[in-house]
Design a binder for this molecule. Structure first.
Ligand code: ZN
Length: 190
């Protein structure tokens, strides 16, 4: 997909898939808010939109640091190009960056059929908090706090789990968890 027309610049970073060990490792806090960090964020957003996905955590691109990007607002519409090819057209971007996030409050519950770029082809309902409060830092290291509901809340919880080494299939029933663990290990072995 050509993202340049959206003024999105960056490089694609390969997304690691389950059961890569980096996905089950607790990530460490970001301490340096420098150019390298900005560069990584730019490439992660680029990679997320390219996938396309609504969230991407640093461990998913092999970096064990507490950082994720998300966009739960943008639209993807399939269009036919002049050459007759089907491709997604994106609009309404709202990229967000969360560094060293901490969930400080929760309320209610909700379920949603989640998927994950690191667990291709698996979609399962996961129970999450309906609303959360989250504290985080931006790329300059400034602290922020926000309340998130519904999709934003679900996405933050999913991505925040990645920073604690938890992939969403870990949140399923034991039976489903074992099924997918075996399936993914088998596919990885091929
Ligand atoms: Zn994920």
């Amino acid at each position: 997909m050509n993202l340049e027309k959206y003024e999105l610049k960056g490089e694609l970073i390969p997304i690691v898939t389950y059961p890569d060990p980096v996905l089950s490792t607790k990530a460490v806090p970001v301490t340096e808010f420098n150019k390298d960090l900005q560069h990584l964020v730019k490439d992660m957003l680029y990679t997320m939109y390219h996938a396309p996905g609504i969230g991407l955590a640093a461990p998913q691109v092999g970096k064990g640091i507490r950082l994720f990007v998300l966009d739960v607002d943008y639209d993807r519409e399939m269009v036919t190009t002049a050459s007759g090819k089907e491709e997604p057209r994106l609009s309404g971007f709202n990229p967000m960056v969360f560094i060293n996030p901490v969930i400080t409050g929760t309320s209610g519950t909700t379920t949603y059929e989640e998927g994950c770029l690191s667990v291709p082809g698996v979609y399962e309902e996961v129970k999450r908090y309906k609303s959360i409060n989250v504290k985080y830092q931006d790329m300059e290291g400034n602290f922020h706090e926000m309340e998130a509901d519904d999709m934003m809340s679900i996405c933050i919880q999913h991505e925040n789990d990645h920073l604690d080494g938890i992939v969403f299939i870990e949140r399923l029933s034991n039976l489903k968890k074992q099924f997918y663990k075996k399936k993914m290990a088998k596919e990885k072995g091929k």
